[in-house]
Design a protein around this ligand. Structure first.
Ligand SMILES: [Zn+2]
Length: 163
């Protein structure tokens, strides 16, 4: 079932989430990424990458899964939330996918066409690094966003069109 939302909705969501103050429950960790069959990309967050990776491979064993290097972030929940929206903007689709390996339906799966290695290098890795770096920006909301209207969001959105 396709569930990619329209770009204008994603832009509005991104702006409001970027402006939202960080949860006290948030903290450092990693964004992790894997791709199934070179086409279905999963992005998640964890405080312990090796444990999360082992958990995935144990609970949903899949021979076609390829793990990419995790990216360290200072606030993992916020980073994941923003990265999901940016990925969705650039993806072909965000299907809910029934999984024959674990017999569950996976969510937050993003479809990208073309060579997976190129997708990682050209699209996804730069996008995740940008989110990771944003955490250090004084423009990023910590407690009171109203003092720091952020115009850099427009840049994100303009380059986030599917190609
Ligand atoms: Zn599965």
């Amino acid at each position: 079932m396709p569930t990619r939302r329209p770009t204008h909705n994603l832009r509005a969501l991104y702006a409001s989430r970027r402006a939202r103050a960080t949860s006290l429950a948030d903290g450092p960790g990693f964004l992790y990424t894997f791709v199934d069959r070179g086409r279905y990309w999963k992005l998640g967050m964890t405080s312990n990458f090796e444990r999360r990776k082992a958990q995935w491979d144990n609970e949903c064993p899949c021979a076609h899964r390829r793990w990419l290097p995790p990216i360290r972030v200072t606030r993992r929940r916020r980073a994941e939330s923003l990265a999901h929206l940016l990925l969705e903007m650039r993806s072909m689709d965000r299907p809910k996918r029934y999984c024959a390996h674990c017999r569950r339906t996976h969510i937050e799966i993003f479809v990208f066409r073309g060579n997976w290695n190129r997708t990682w290098r050209i699209v996804i890795r730069p996008l995740l690094l940008r989110v990771a770096v944003q955490m250090f920006s004084r423009l990023d909301a910590h407690t009171d966003v109203s003092r720091h209207p952020d115009t850099s969001d427009n840049i994100d959105i303009q380059v986030s069109r599917p190609q």
